[in-house]
Ligand binder design. Structure first.
Ligand code: G6P
Ligand code: ZN
Length: 544
């Protein structure tokens, strides 16, 4: 092995977003593009020498090429060992589990999450630290700063590719590359948390489920646990083979993109339980028969029933939700007498709360749910939590959710995504509304009263770090909210997200269609922000 110093020049725009650096595959295919980012990352990880790194991705197009490049760069940068998932595969939660279980220094996950894959799709890279969670902003900002100053990168040359199909150890010079079973550590962790006997009995009694892995990384994990350990019939997992283009799926588990599953769950022969996960298997969607559970409700239901599940029998230390996530979980926290933390969008903001023991369950409106078992959201974990509840209560998904609404009231919720907005127009919309926020408090719009309006800022209670400008909040009397923010995960133009929430306690009004229940808030959002006039669009691209 030789180590080559390859001259290079900075690329603009290598700043990690909500969840790592995410760009079109064609951008990553430019010579030196990936290498520059990895060089900057490794330079920032100053004490990396002699350490163990975890590496894997969601299997999308460009994954294998990138894995080989990163292995050669890890060899050139003094890592002692890299644990790489077989086939280059590791779901995001599994990577987190492996980092924690093996005491690794950190991990590199190759994923653009729920964004489409294939040669014309997206690719991404993110770094996780030794607690298994996404790198905090001080690291990602330092990496970005380094990318803007690079003149060369180091990479091992005159070496063969690692055989990613073969389990066990191989070498690149002094670096030991260990190809590991991507599923084993995560499946073992699931068995420590959930009542596998009860879930096995649920399937044995003839109950059925459908898990849509959407052609992405979740398939092998779901098959191993559901069809393997729990004895669910073959075919329970659909689209279970990870494919480089996800079989053409947009692997985002929501009612707009998981239409095959929605059709199955609303069909005449619908199984009892439906679920889906995204590209890197950290997101989840939960369904009953002809019944969709919103992610915000899912978090609240899991929190309310947590002590039924072995891993959470002792109760919850606290709950955390991202700011735009509905306040349903807050009501459960109040009932339990524990804190409900409100953080900016992005799983990384939960890391300190979990490490400090201030939160046990976390969730986001963007179909992410998880706990302190790892430091990422975890699709299969959420599905097993629900399955454990179905098995231990004997109730259906719909019964559990309706009982929850009856007890706590219902937080009607919807997110409207205006996609592909020209960046300058989106910025103009946000800055215009931001400047008018202070004047909104106290104003009436029809029967709606604005109590407060602000640009959400978060002070981390553990390390005191402050994150500003995390979304515009319009808080109305009675607990209703309108939140606007720009997505940090898109790769084309800007995506404006409008989050709408209304609380309803009246038992006679718990069964409205969400878009109807929220109609006055939807109209007010447009009136206040001028969404149609700023974007030049008539309707949001996606409503969930
Ligand atoms: C990723 C992150 C989440 C975040 C979501 C939406 O999945 O891991 O933490 O909620 O993206 O982010 P966005 O900035 O697009 O709304
Ligand atoms: Zn994801």
């Amino acid at each position: 092995m030789k180590i080559a110093q390859i001259p290079t020049q900075p690329f603009a725009g290598q700043r990690p977003g909500t969840s790592g650096l995410r760009k079109k595959v064609t951008v990553f295919q430019q010579p030196h593009y990936l290498e520059n980012f990895v060089q900057a990352l490794f330079e920032v990880l100053e004490d990396r020498r002699g350490q163990t790194l975890v590496l894997g991705g969601d299997g999308r197009f460009h994954n294998r090429v990138a894995v080989q490049t990163i292995l050669r760069m890890a060899a050139a940068h003094g890592f002692a060992r890299v644990l790489v998932g077989q086939g280059g595969l590791l779901s995001t939660p599994a990577a987190s589990a492996v980092i924690r279980k093996r005491g690794a220094y950190g991990g590199v996950v190759l994923s653009a999450s729920h964004n489409p894959g294939g040669p014309d799709g997206d690719f991404g890279i993110k770094y996780n630290i030794g607690n298994g969670g996404p790198a905090p902003e001080k690291i990602t900002e330092a990496v970005y700063a380094r990318t803007q100053q690079l003149t060369s990168y180091a990479i091992a040359t005159e070496v063969d590719d690692i055989d990613l199909g073969r389990l066990g150890e191989q070498r690149i010079g002094d670096l030991v590359v260990e190809v590991i079973d991507p599923v084993a550590d995560h499946a073992e962790l699931m068995q420590q948390l959930f009542d596998f006997d009860a879930m096995r009995a649920w399937f044995a009694s003839g109950k059925r489920m459908c898990y849509d892995a959407m052609g992405a990384a979740g398939g092998p994990y779901a098959k191993a646990v559901l069809e393997g350990l729990l004895g669910a019939p073959a075919g329970t997992v659909i689209n279970g083979e990870p494919l480089e283009d996800f079989g053409g799926h947009h692997p985002d588990p929501n009612p707009a993109h998981a239409q095959e599953l929605i059709a199955i769950m609303s069909g005449p022969d619908a199984p009892d339980f439906g679920a889906a996960s995204d590209g890197d298997a950290d997101r989840n969607m939960i369904l009953g028969r002809d019944f969709v559970v919103t992610p915000s409700d899912s978090l609240a239901v899991l929190a309310a029933h947590a002590t039924r599940v072995p891993g959470y029998r002792k109760g919850l230390a606290g709950i955390a939700r991202s700011m735009p996530t509905s306040q349903a979980a807050d009501r459960v926290a109040q009932m339990l007498g524990i804190a409900c933390h409100e953080t900016p969008t992005g799983w990384k903001f939960f890391g300190n709360l979990l490490d400090a023991g201030q939160a046990t369950l976390c969730g986001e409106e963007s179909y992410g749910t998880g706990s302190n078992h790892v430091r990422e959201k975890d699709g299969l974990w959420a599905v097993l939590f629900w399955l454990n509840l179905l098995a231990s209560t004997g109730q259906s998904v719909e019964q559990l959710v309706r009982a929850h609404w009856a007890r706590f009231g219902r937080n009607y919720y919807s997110r409207h995504d205006w996609e592909g907005v020209a960046t300058d127009r989106a910025d103009a919309l946000m800055s215009s509304l931001r400047s008018r926020l202070p004047a909104l408090a106290g104003q009436h719009f029809g029967h709606l009263l604005i109590e407060a309006a602000d640009d959400f800022a978060y002070t981390d209670p553990v390390d005191g770090s402050v994150s500003k400008a995390q979304g515009l909040r319009i808080l109305l009397a009675g607990g209703s909210r309108i939140v606007l923010r720009l997505s940090g995960t898109g790769t084309e133009g800007a995506t404006l997200r409008v989050y709408l929430e209304r609380y309803e306690a009246d038992p006679a009004r718990l069964d409205l269609a969400p878009q109807e229940a929220l109609a006055d808030l939807i109209a007010l959002a447009d009136q206040l922000a001028g969404i149609r006039s700023h974007t030049g669009m008539d309707a949001p691209a996606v409503i969930t």
